[in-house]
Design a protein around this ligand. Structure first.
Ligand code: APR
Length: 322
């Protein structure tokens, strides 16, 4: 059987943590790419040199895309994770960040199309829903093969906070978050439970609201601590879960940014965008989208998150038409 090949574009904090987790779980050979010279090569070798202790045989190699030709090493990738991009700097508006990252994604997408047109792609660069849309527009790939990080991380944070509050194992907590991967994400309280018991029976309303708020601002909480960067351990693990479901065809139900079309578009009241949805992930990528019914309150939140993702996609269209 051929070995699984996984490429990561962007060997920064998220990309390199991810490479380590993927190697640890021996999910495939790992190819790390970054525009900075030396960084992908050095980090890859460093991770590779630790493998003997775990007894894993994942090959880990790195290439700088300073020389664009190096993207050729991506050929034959089964899965590609895109984390390349800029983080928001002081004085930079969200729109500035959006246009800068669309530019980065455009270059990466062109090379994926050229060298690895069969790969499944996980987009992590923020805003991830919008960047998944940009990558889809540029490559013209079937949208089922493209997904964005969102609910995997947001749900993981939500479950962690619930476990802390209830003092029970995180393993027994089921909870999920859909919508855009931003402050207006929609945590599904009604479907959240611990050991099968709805959390609304275990915690007072105010406590649940507090936890929902903390989940929504979970990324910002880490930024406030770190000051010079954003979260990468939980993101790396959350991406690993998605990649594992693709590589091992596990069919896990991990909420992710997926393309809205057909009957699902009708159900969710939006068409042609990528947004966090309850989905099944397998070797073909997004294999199923599930339609959720909303309460009145949830519907209002849903409409808000849809509107902000749509606005960002409109900006991407504008940028790409220039
Ligand atoms: N091609 C390849 N790599 C690039 C390019 C490019 N055109 N532009 C930037 N990079 C690389 C940078 O050199 C850097 O190593 O992307 C990497 C980004 O890493 P970090 O700055 O450490 O950011 P990180 O914390 O890893 O976050 C990456 O994931 O969660 C999101 O919001 C986050 O968009 C951000 C992304």
């Amino acid at each position: 059987m051929p070995r699984t090949k996984i490429s990561i574009v962007g060997a920064g904090n998220v990309g390199s943590s991810l490479a380590q987790f993927l190697a640890l779980r021996e999910l495939g050979d790992i190819y790390l790419f970054d525009i900075v010279e030396g960084v992908p090569e050095g980090k890859a070798l460093d991770i590779y040199e630790g493998n003997p202790h775990w007894g894993t045989d994942s090959k880990v190699v790195g290439f700088s895309t300073q020389n664009e030709e190096n993207y050729k090493h991506m050929a034959g990738s089964d899965v590609i994770i895109v984390t390349a991009g800029l983080a928001r700097k002081p004085g930079m508006s969200r729109d500035d960040l959006l246009s800068k990252n669309v530019e980065v994604i455009s270059g990466v997408a062109r090379n994926i199309k050229k060298y690895a047109p069969e790969a499944k792609i996980v987009v992590v660069t923020n805003p991830a829903d919008t960047m998944a849309y940009a990558l889809y527009k540029i490559t013209g790939f079937k949208p089922e093969r493209i997904m964005g990080l969102g609910g995997s991380l947001d749900s993981s944070r939500f479950r962690t906070f619930l476990s802390m509050e209830l003092g029970v194992s995180v393993e027994d907590i089921n909870a999920f978050v859909i919508g855009g991967h931003g402050d207006d994400m929609v945590p599904f309280i009604r479907y959240s439970s611990a050991g099968g018991i709805p959390i609304t029976k275990l915690l007072p309303k105010e406590k649940i609201e507090e936890i929902v708020k903390r989940t929504r601002t979970g990324g910002g909480e880490i930024v406030n601590y770190l000051k010079t960067g954003s979260a990468y351990y939980a993101p790396g693990i959350s991406i690993t879960a998605m990649v594992e479901s693709i590589v091992r065809d596990k069919k896990r139900m991990i909420p992710s940014a997926a393309f809205l079309t057909g009957s699902h578009a009708k159900h969710y009241g939006a068409e042609g965008i990528f947004i966090g949805l309850p989905v099944k992930i397998g070797s073909n990528g997004i294999e199923q989208v599930y339609d959720m019914d909303f309460s009145e309150e949830e519907l209002a939140l849903w409409k808000k998150t849809v509107a902000s993702v749509q606005e960002n996609c409109r900006k991407v269209d504008e940028f790409l038409s220039k």
